[in-house]
Design a protein around this ligand. Sequence first.
Ligand SMILES: NC(=O)c1ccc[n+]([C@@H]2O[C@H](COP(=O)([O-])OP(=O)(O)OC[C@H]3O[C@@H](n4cnc5c(N)ncnc54)[C@H](O)[C@@H]3O)[C@@H](O)[C@H]2O)c1
Length: 385
Amino acid sequence: MDNFTFHNPVRLIFGQGQIAQIAKEIPAGARVLFAFGGGSIKTNGVHAQVVAALQAAGLFWLEFSGIEPNPRYETLMKAVHLARAEKLDFVLAVGGGSVADGCKFIAAAIPFDGEPWDILAKRARVNTATPLGIVLTLPATGSEMNCFAVVSRDETHEKLSFGSPAVWPKFSVLDPESTYTLPPRQIGNGIVDAFVHVVEQYLTYPAQAPLTDRMAEAILSTLVEIAPAAMSNPPDYQARANLMWCAAMALNGLVGAGVPQDWATHYIGHELTAIAGIDHARTLAAVWPGVMAVKFEAKKAKLAQYAERVWNVREGSVDDKARAAIAHTRAFFESVGVPSGLAPYDLPADIADQVAARLDARNQAPLGEHGDIDSAMVKRVLAAA
Ligand SMILES: NC(=O)c1ccc[n+]([C@@H]2O[C@H](COP(=O)([O-])OP(=O)(O)OC[C@H]3O[C@@H](n4cnc5c(N)ncnc54)[C@H](O)[C@@H]3O)[C@@H](O)[C@H]2O)c1
C-alpha cells in the first residue's frame, strides 16, 4: 500500500426534503450568489425550495443563471464580476457537476489577484476562495464531495482542470428526488461517469491495498446492481438514492487511498469534449476500451480480479478473465445507453493527431499509473478505441 493522506471536510446532507437545511448551513448575514444552469431547477421545484430556505434564513441573495454544461470561462467570469460588484461573500451552486465546478472556479476567482484564467492554464496557486455550498441535482461527477473542477474556454477550445483545498464545498445537499426530472441520457451518463471514476483509481496494478480494492469493488458492484432501477421511469427513490451515494463516494478521495491511479481516460476524454463537444461521460466510454487494449499486459492482473469480484467470472486464465471484464464493462455502458468505443461518435478523421498535439502542447502526457502513456501511445489508444 502506498503512503497517503485522506482528508475530506465536506458536510454531506443526504435525503428527501433536506434542501431546507441550507438555511442553517449558510452563515448568518451572508450575501449569497445563487448560481444555476439552464432552468431545470425551476421545473422540478428545487429553485422554490432553495428560495424558501434563503428566505427562512433572512439572507440576501442575487441569482445568476445560465451556467452551461461543460461550464464556460466566459460565462463564469460574468458571475465573478457580479459577485465582486455586489460584494457577495457566499457562493451557492444549485445543479449538476457543471454548475458545481463552475461555482468552484467562481469562488476561487472572486478574490484572485491576477488573471483568473491562470488558475486553469498555468495552475496558478489558489490560496483563498469565497466559501461555497452545493445543492446537487445530478449524480455523476463527485464534484459535490471533492475540491476539483473542470472549466472550458470557448475562445481557445480548451477544457482544463484545477484543484485546491480552498474550494472544498462547506456543505453539499443531496436530495434524490431532485434527480427525478433527469432525462435517461443524463442518468446513463451519470452511472458511467461514477463507474469510470472508480475504475481510474482501481484498474492499475495490485498494490496490496485490499480494503481500498474492496471499497472500489463495492461501488462498482452497487452501480451494476442498481443501474436498471436507476434508469427506470417513474423514478425509483431507493435506486436514485444509492446512485447519488455511489457517485459521491466514487471521487471523494476514499477509493484512491493507498493505490496507484490512472487518469488517462479522463485526460484524453477532456480533449474529445473540447474538440467535438461530446458529453463528458460519453468520452470516457469512448476512450476506455482503447486504454484497456493498449495497456492490457500492465493491467491484466487487476482486470482479472475485477472480473472475478464484480462480474463473477470464475472460468479461464488471467488473460481470459481480463478480456471478459472488458467485454462486461462495455456491455454495461451500452445497457445504460452510453455507446462504448470511438466508432459511434462523430469525430474528425485526424482526431488522434489533434488530441496528441494538444496534450503535448500543454506537457500533459505522459499519462497512466506508470507515466508511460506518451502522445505516441495516446494515438495508439485512440486507434484501438
Ligand atoms: N469536479 C469533478 O471532480 C468532475 C468529475 C467529473 C466530471 N466533471 C465535469 O462535470 C461536468 C459534467 O457534469 P454532469 O455530468 O453532472 O452534467 P451537467 O452538470 O453538465 O448537466 C448535464 C445536463 O443535465 C441538466 N440537469 C442537471 N440536473 C438536472 C435535473 N435534476 N433535471 C433535469 N436536467 C438536469 C443540466 O442542465 C445539463 O443540461 C463536465 O464538465 C465534467 O468535465 C467534474
